[in-house]
Design a binder for this molecule. Structure first.
Ligand SMILES: Nc1nc2c(ncn2[C@@H]2O[C@H](COP(=O)(O)OP(=O)(O)OP(=O)(O)O)[C@@H](O)[C@H]2O)c(=O)[nH]1
Ligand SMILES: [Mg+2]
Length: 319
């Protein structure tokens, strides 16, 4: 009898210390809130967000470690019909991610009111229909996340969930508001059931795998995305040319690459006002990230048709 009690204790201790991990992809069409959700899931801004579509251009890891569990979330660019070479590359980052993960979160927005009267696949946006096709037939499980529930009534959320549930064999359907952080903790607890026993892939304190240098360039791009109109946000790339720390501050210099001279003029603005505003706002964000005083210098450079050019794209890190 004594022996058995001893055995039980050992098993319990082992379960407590056994580590559980998993790679979980955030997949969805542009602007549904994947990056906002990633930032909430890891409790820190590691991926930039904007009200415009196609903000994210890379695969961005966000790591959440709680006691004996570690979830590695992978934020991806929104899947859309892509014509430009840049867009074809970023969509490929998203579709390739589907293969590398243990589980995928398909993030969708609430169904439009006009769609609530429809049935079947037609309730979905065409881009979501394409994503659903990619997700079905795979051995991997999909958790459907209905985001932005703060924008609809509970009844509408229930009808959306009922319609979406009929479209596939989802492991779970979880409604959340990434913006208001509603139900995000419940989502995390649900996802913990899908992890496997494996030693942690990353250090306990690590929140992302992207460098401070990359995040600095992204914070500048976020300001460009928020402040510029029409095609300009889609014609900019930001490259860090200098990132040096001295005893007083961190000196960062970035090139903002645009495709045409006219775009350069708009970004600089009258008497340099626009570039100055972008620089001040981005510097504040970078200072918060680095916990240090930052000197940020921005230069605008024309790189003709970079988003269509394979060599320029390679040089800008889109491999
Ligand atoms: N009301 C509301 N807005 C949200 C919510 N989540 C995200 N948003 C907003 O939706 C917009 C797009 O958010 P992102 O996180 O950049 O979307 P994304 O899916 O990463 O977009 P891409 O990177 O372009 O694919 C931003 O303006 C967010 O503030 C939410 O739960 N509720
Ligand atoms: Mg994004």
């Amino acid at each position: 009898m004594k022996k058995n009690i001893g055995k039980q204790k050992i098993t319990k201790e082992k379960n407590k210390t056994e580590q559980h991990c998993g790679f979980i992809g955030l997949i969805g069409r542009p602007n549904v809130g994947k990056s906002t959700l990633l930032n909430q899931l890891v409790g820190q801004k590691v991926s930039i967000t904007a009200h415009k579509a196609q903000t994210t251009r890379n695969r961005i890891l966000g790591i959440r470690t709680d006691q004996n569990t570690q979830i590695v979330f992978i934020d991806t660019p929104g899947i859309h019909h892509a014509e430009k070479l840049l867009n074809r590359k970023i969509v490929a980052y998203a579709t390739e991610t589907l293969r590398d993960t243990d589980l995928n979160l398909w993030v969708v927005e609430p169904l439009l009111e006009t769609s609530l009267k429809k049935g079947g696949l037609s309730v979905l946006h065409p881009e979501d229909q394409q994503i659903l096709k990619m997700l079905t037939g795979k051995e991997k499980q999909t958790v459907l996340v209905l985001n932005k529930i703060d924008t609809i009534l509970q009844q509408q959320a229930l009808v959306s969930i009922a319609k979406l549930a009929k479209l596939g064999d989802f492991a779970e359907i979880v409604p959340v508001s990434a913006l208001k952080s509603t139900n995000v903790d419940h989502l995390v607890e649900t996802l913990k059931n899908y992890l496997s026993v494996h030693p942690f892939y990353f250090e306990n304190h690590q929140v992302t795998d992207v460098s401070e240098r990359f995040l600095a360039s992204e914070f500048v791009r976020e300001e460009l995305f928020m402040r510029l109109q029409q095609e300009i946000p889609y014609s900019v790339a930001v490259v860090v040319e200098q990132f040096e720390e001295d005893h007083k501050c961190i000196k960062i210099a970035c090139n903002i690459c645009v495709e045409r001279n006219s775009q350069k003029g708009i970004i600089i603005g009258k008497k340099g006002e626009m570039l100055k505003k972008i620089g001040i706002a981005a510097r504040k964000k970078i200072e918060r990230l680095l916990g240090n005083k930052v000197h940020l210098a921005l230069h605008v450079k024309v790189l003709k048709q970079w988003s269509h050019n394979a060599k320029h794209l390679r040089n800008l890190g889109f491999n």
